[in-house]
Design a protein around this ligand. Sequence first.
Ligand code: ADP
Ligand code: MG
Length: 258
Amino acid sequence: MSGTTGDIVLSARDVTKDFGHTQVLKGVSLDVHAGEVMCIIGPSGSGKSTFLRCINHLEDIDGGSLTVFGDLVGYKRKGDRLYEESERETAVKRERIGMVFQQFNLFPHLTVLENVMIGPVEVKGTPKAQARETALTLLERVGLRDRADAYPVQLSGGQQQRVAIARTLAMQPDLILFDEPTSALDPEMVSEVLSVIRDLADDGMTMVIVTHEMGFAREVADTVVFMADGNIVESGTPDEVMGHPREERTKQFIQEIR
Ligand code: ADP
Ligand code: MG
């Protein structure tokens, strides 16, 4: 595992986020390094999804700073001055970040193959033949090459989520965010999806994974972050946070979820 020694990919400093009068992120600070797998755990309503959305430019932050690939999110640098970036510039930056959601969000009217091809073709202008080759290779990688011509509705939830991961990989992201990728699945389909994510970890993909799968987090994470009520309560190695939690709040959560 390349762990926590690579270059910094993502750096959050005292990030706050308000929805109306409610502060849902209350000063979140963390670093993610190239090749690191970070699992974020914590009760529902802690701000985990909101934090991922901020990283992916889907929400503006209200305080602190968020740096992804060396650039402040939402800003560009010219000399030593910062400028707010245009939507187009934000979109280009976002191409480096993949996101996989609890609901797979595949296009229902497109085949599996077309779902995986559409990003590179529409967004990056990749020639169709090339996008098709890549898509087939990625489908092979997630074990679904033989379903390339099926429609999402013909697949199980686990298969759909694996297509969603292939679709994300097709954009060649440098960072992938997963928001509870197995929470919507029937129990018997969880492991096939976790196994695909585990392979990505073994390949050195940088990932931030929000998950309730404690065994999985313990196995693949370089770093586990426990969030509650908009704060990071504690973070460390899986053994530190899950095996020997220091904070009462963490102990409680780990016991409850077991
Ligand atoms: P988690 O993913 O840890 O369950 P969320 O980030 O989804 O937590 O939510 C954190 C808090 O922010 C919750 O109280 C939620 O109701 C609130 N929240 C999330 N999104 C919005 C929104 N768009 N508008 C208002 N409140 C929101
Ligand atoms: Mg969530």
